[in-house]
Design a protein around this ligand. Structure first.
Ligand code: PMP
Length: 427
């Protein structure tokens, strides 16, 4: 029996007709998708995010910031004042570059990270760092061009770059971050094949997913190599201010204003729901970058720009950051302690100095993807390592996030995970 005969038995005639029309439209419209659209994948992190909100599950998957220590009631009053007193501006379209006062404040934030004297006119306020990554790929890359990244790297950037039919090539890291010699070797090999390498995308501080930080002495070397090969550095630094101890490490942009596009974000130092970040773009690249931003969003939200402006001027944002750094350090310590206590021999992990993530490596040959299903049954979730490399090949790594989970739940989550890893090793 054909499926239409089966449905004719089961469905009223008008429902069947509607179904046929839907199938027909699907079949015709499927051909309309661009080649680019086929490259747009659902992020593994999003998949797991949907599961991880189930009650009782310990989610070590999503890298969400902890928001409960924000002064929510006061911020509520501030939001109310913004609408009541500046509503016509807050709810109207604004300039594509972003508000001048906020761009000036962004310069202060960056000065606290080591980027002194940036010009507010070189900044474009973006819809988070995510949209700036998209604009960078759009502005610099043709199909088939190469973007270099760290191995592993941020899954959201991979998805964005691949949507532009770019070849993303991952360069190995060690405990001190991207390895300059490997970068040089990869570039030389690609150039020998006649490939156009446009951009190095790097998360030098507390890389997502590995938690690894690029050593200070490597940073300049990496920029120098890129400069020598006419490759732009796209420095994504959403976690830089979340170093547990000491001052933030000097960003690559600080000493290289002409060769680095610097991406910042309010998502981790304030709140991701405002959907605001920024790009500090070398003057000679600024106009096209900014025009591309404007073409996508017209303007960043004036309402949330005003909220962030108020947060940076009326609140003790530095004090809040200080609190968050201690809180994340406590959670990271809870995770590292539990891993040392619970995980079997043969498993290794990184020891981050900041950020949200620990990267766990199992013995060679174990694929962590199937282990996720076992982990869900045991009441804990993580992100399998394959998500964070362009190859999508099976990976013996996994990412654990400690940012949004209370220390006792982190310990419980690791306890639930340990027997699954042990069984995988003993199998
Ligand atoms: N870059 C990295 C390295 C990230 O980890 C994230 C979010 N997890 C983003 C960019 C996206 O940030 P935003 O919310 O600013 O778009």
């Amino acid at each position: 029996m054909s499926s239409s005969e089966a449905s004719a038995d089961l469905l009223p005639a008008e429902t069947e007709a509607a179904l046929e029309r839907a199938v027909d439209s699907h079949n015709r419209h499927e051909q309309l998708f661009s080649v680019r659209a086929a490259n747009i994948k659902q992020s593994a992190v999003r998949d797991v995010f949907d599961i991880s909100i189930r009650p009782g599950l310990v989610s070590l998957a999503g890298g969400s910031p902890y928001l409960k220590s924000l002064p929510l009631e006061d911020l509520g009053r501030t939001a109310q004042t913004i609408i009541a007193e500046h509503g016509l501006e807050a709810l109207q379209y604004g300039g594509g570059q972003g508000m001048e006062q906020l761009r000036e404040l962004v310069c202060e934030v960056m000065a606290a990270e080591g980027i002194e004297g940036a010009d507010p006119d070189d900044i474009v306020i973006t819809t988070g760092s995510q949209s700036a990554q998209d604009v960078a790929a759009k502005v610099f890359c043709n199909p088939g061009d190469v973007i270099l990244c760290e191995d592993p790297t941020y899954v959201g950037a991979l998805n964005t770059f691949e949507a532009y039919e770019v070849d993303v090539v991952a360069v190995p890291m060690d405990d001190d971050g991207l390895i300059p010699d490997e970068l040089e070797r990869t570039i030389t090999a690609l150039e020998a094949q006649g490939r156009a390498i446009k951009v190095l995308y790097t998360i030098p501080s507390f890389n997502n997913p590995s938690g690894i930080t690029m050593a200070a002495d490597r940073r300049q070397r990496v920029v120098d190599i890129c400069r020598a090969h006419n490759i732009l550095v796209l420095e994504d630094n959403p976690y830089g201010m979340l170093r547990f101890d000491g001052e933030p490490l000097r960003p690559m942009r600080a000493d290289n204003p002409h060769d680095v596009i610097y991406l910042g974000s309010f998502s981790k130092i304030f709140a991701p729901g405002v959907r605001l970040g920024w790009a500090l773009v070398p003057k000679h690249l600024y106009r096209r970058f900014y025009l591309a931003c404007e073409a996508v969003v017209l303007c960043p939200s004036p309402l949330t720009q005003m909220l962030v402006t108020a947060y940076l001027t009326e609140y003790d944002w530095r004090g809040h950051l200080h609190t968050m750094r201690s809180l994340y350090r406590e959670r990271c310590d809870a995770m590292l302690g539990a891993l040392a206590e619970e995980l079997p021999e043969g498993v290794h992990w990184t020891t981050p100095d900041g950020g949200f993530f620990v990267w766990v490596t199992l013995p060679e040959g174990i694929d962590t993807y199937p282990l996720l299903y076992k982990a869900i049954d045991a009441g804990v979730v993580f992100i399998p390592g394959a998500a964070f490399t362009p190859s999508d090949e099976p990976s013996n790594k996994l990412r654990l996030a400690f940012s949004a989970v209370a220390p006792e739940d982190i310990v419980e989550g690791v306890r639930r995970l340990a027997p699954i890893l042990r069984a995988a090793i003993e199998e």
